[in-house]
Design a protein around this ligand. Structure first.
Ligand SMILES: [Fe+2]
Length: 154
């Protein structure tokens, strides 16, 4: 048992999923910055600011995930090399505004699956602190997905 009363094996499993989420979020974050900078056309003003809102939220989530791992007395993945190697979300370069929004929705799907698996693992170890943190991210990403999906409707 560690200082929070979790078994080593349970913590290792939870942290594996948290590090996966961290790597996914880092690449997602950079995709958003890329789109914020490179979006063009008649949707520029809308999307430029929305991508900024999304990456600012992602930045906060990234820090919270890393600090949850530290709270569990483990090491967060911390280098770009590790993130790129582990991330299920891939770097995506410039595209049309529509492709950018579709790509972010696709990134959200990966984050959502990652978070649901993590919630299930955390529930197995009665890790309410992790559940509380990740459930908040999940609800927010789902709501943002609704908005992006609405934007895509003709
Ligand atoms: Fe900016």
């Amino acid at each position: 048992m560690n200082y929070l009363g979790f078994s080593e094996a349970k913590v290792l499993e939870t942290v594996g999923h948290l590090n996966q989420l961290l790597a996914n979020y880092q690449v997602y974050y950079q995709n958003l910055r890329n789109y914020h900078w490179n979006v063009n056309g008649k949707h520029f003003f809308d999307l430029h600011i929305q991508f900024e809102n999304l990456y600012n939220e992602a930045k906060v989530s990234i820090d919270e995930i890393a600090e949850r791992i530290l709270t569990l007395r483990m090491s967060p993945m911390s280098t770009l090399t590790e993130y790129l190697k582990s991330s299920q979300i891939k770097e995506k370069s410039t595209a049309s505004p529509k492709e950018m929004v579709e790509s972010i929705l696709q990134n959200h799907k990966i984050l959502i699956v990652n978070m649901r698996e993590l919630l299930s693992v955390a529930a197995d170890s009665d890790d309410e602190g992790t559940i509380d943190l990740v459930a908040g991210f999940l609800g927010s990403i789902e709501k943002k997905s609704w908005m992006l999906d609405a934007w895509l409707q003709e």
